[in-house]
Design a protein around this ligand. Structure first.
Ligand SMILES: Nc1ncnc2c1ncn2[C@@H]1O[C@H](COP(=O)(O)OP(=O)(O)OP(=O)(O)O)[C@@H](O)[C@H]1O
Ligand SMILES: [Mg+2]
Length: 243
């Protein structure tokens, strides 16, 4: 009797990068953030740090990753509404328990900074099957913590990344003294700098890809973008932005 060859049915492999769900932006980020990276998203107020994270949250959930967000900036309701406004609905994922959101009161975490840092790390460790922890933002905690405590937090994050987590920390540029920022940057595998620049009589948001260790493609260095209702981040050609 002829032998019948059976194909092994395999689950579709998970991606090995965190994507924004937006091909053009991923390309500029060198293909996406490699799994196991520690990322710093740094920039001035209103530059688009949270929107960039929201794109990554949405892209990751679509790719079957589980996300945990620590936020000092939103309630669950305001986050859902904000993401809805960008066409990035997370309601279904929330109901399915694929994203957990921890809201942190700025005044509380500032006056109990060391405890707050520790409880973030403990939560990340406890939620073993949650791949992508995001802290938006670390600024308030940093204001109440010593430089040593901040650096130790990033080092602990790095250890968790070595064990497979992909962690994103968001900070306002003024959150850290210059030399502390340099030391934190060197612990991180990826570093994105966001800013608002004046081009002629227009204000343009820019995203500088300062580094992505282990990127699969060449990183795009700098891109300019706008945030649009129903669309989210929209890349603008730099040449057109400069007109
Ligand atoms: N649905 C939307 N439609 C249009 N613009 C939006 C929408 N949602 C957000 N924006 C704009 O995107 C910009 C970036 O906002 P974002 O909250 O990401 O900045 P941020 O860098 O996190 O600021 P902060 O330092 O205050 O936390 C803001 O100018 C905001 O008004
Ligand atoms: Mg923000």
């Amino acid at each position: 009797m002829p032998e019948v060859e059976l194909d092994e049915v395999q689950e579709e492999a998970k991606k090995d990068v965190i994507s924004t769900g937006h091909g053009e932006i991923d390309k500029k980020l060198g293909g996406g953030i490699p799994i196991g990276s520690l990322t710093l998203v740094e920039g001035q107020s209103d530059a688009g740090k949270s929107v960039l994270c929201q794109q990554m949250i949405w892209g990751s959930l679509k790719d079957d990753f589980k996300v945990v967000l620590f936020t000092t900036e939103n309630t669950v309701k305001s986050l859902v509404t904000q993401m809805d406004s960008l066409g990035l609905s997370i309601t279904d994922y929330l109901l399915l328990g694929r994203i957990k959101i921890y809201t942190m009161r700025p005044s509380l975490v500032r006056s109990n900074a060391a405890v707050a840092l520790q409880s973030i790390l403990n939560t990340i460790e406890d939620l073993q099957d949650f791949d992508l922890p995001i802290m938006d933002s670390i600024t308030q905690i940093a204001a109440g913590a010593t430089g040593g405590e901040c650096l130790a937090y990033f080092e602990r994050c790095k250890t968790l990344c070595d064990r497979g987590k992909t962690i994103i920390n968001v900070a306002h540029t003024y959150a850290f003294e210059q030399d502390l920022l340099v030391r934190i940057r060197s612990v991180c595998d990826a570093h994105f700098k966001l800013a608002i620049e004046r081009v002629g009589d227009r204000l343009v948001k820019t995203l500088e890809v300062a580094k992505v260790r282990g990127a699969t493609q060449t990183t795009g260095n700098i891109l300019s973008f706008d945030v649009e209702p129903e669309i989210g981040m929209k890349i603008m050609p730099l040449s057109r932005a400069k007109v």
